[in-house]
Design a protein around this ligand. Structure first.
Ligand code: ZN
Ligand code: ZN
Length: 235
């Protein structure tokens, strides 16, 4: 189980994902130290074998990502704790891959960021014509993902409802299933600062009182500047 600490910066991306600033990894670490953080958690978007998806590092970069973070971990050990993680979708076809990642030395954490999902026939949801019920598939994939035990934290669970207009009883039920499964498996649910900046990405209705004990705040920062801005907002 992931143990959150008060002064942590959780969920930071890097230049490798192709949609973040060009800032170097050490610049995030040094800024985090300046701000007074006790821990920084990198969770860049996870590559998949054969590079089938965009907006993430290439498979060939994974080794370099882990080794760079390992070096920074050692270099800054006396000043800040560094956690090297990945944010990944749960796609059942890749079950063996996740278990390999779990065994990879230097990789400390997998968080579940369900940006798309796999249908029963193996096709992926971004090809769907009707996306109005996207949240049903996303929420189901999150529940299935939690059950695997690969993931310690679910990133932005309420972003599943990004295409919904108003909160409904069906959304409530889908959200509750995630909450129940997370409670059962000691998985944390991330309240995502970046989601709060977008309309329909953050749903306060999802965050009922019973999520309080299993919540963690995440930055989802894609630049040093953004990381600093979220830190200051949180204070
Ligand atoms: Zn990103
Ligand atoms: Zn995400």
């Amino acid at each position: 189980m992931y143990q959150s600490i008060k002064n942590e910066i959780f969920h930071v991306h890097t230049w490798r994902c192709k949609h973040a600033a060009d800032d170097r990894d050490y610049e995030y670490v040094e800024k985090a130290i300046d701000l007074g953080a006790g821990r920084i958690v990198f969770t860049d978007h996870c590559p998949f074998p054969g590079d089938p998806f965009r907006s993430r590092m290439d498979m060939a970069q994974l080794e370099e990502y882990i080794s760079t973070l390992s070096q920074l971990k050692a270099k800054y050990a006396s000043r800040i704790e560094l956690v090297a993680g990945l944010e990944t979708e749960y796609l059942p076809s890749y079950n063996n891959y996740y278990s390999e990642l779990k065994k990879t030395e230097g990789l400390d954490l997998l968080i579940l960021g369900q940006h798309m999902f796999e249908h029963d026939d193996g096709s992926l949801s971004f090809g769907d014509e009707d996306k109005s019920v996207e949240y049903v598939g996303l929420c189901r994939a999150i529940v299935d993902g939690i059950k695997t035990g690969y993931f310690d934290v679910v990133a932005h669970p309420d972003r599943s409802f990004r295409r919904c207009k108003t909160w409904t009883a069906d959304m409530e039920r889908a959200g509750l299933e995630i909450i129940r499964e997370a409670q059962k498996n000691n998985v944390l649910l991330e309240r995502n600062f970046s989601s709060m900046k977008h309309k329909k990405h953050y749903w306060k209705q999802f965050w009922s009182e019973e999520t309080l004990e299993i919540s963690i705040y995440g930055y989802d920062a894609h630049s040093v500047e953004e990381m600093e801005a979220f830190w200051k907002k949180k204070k």
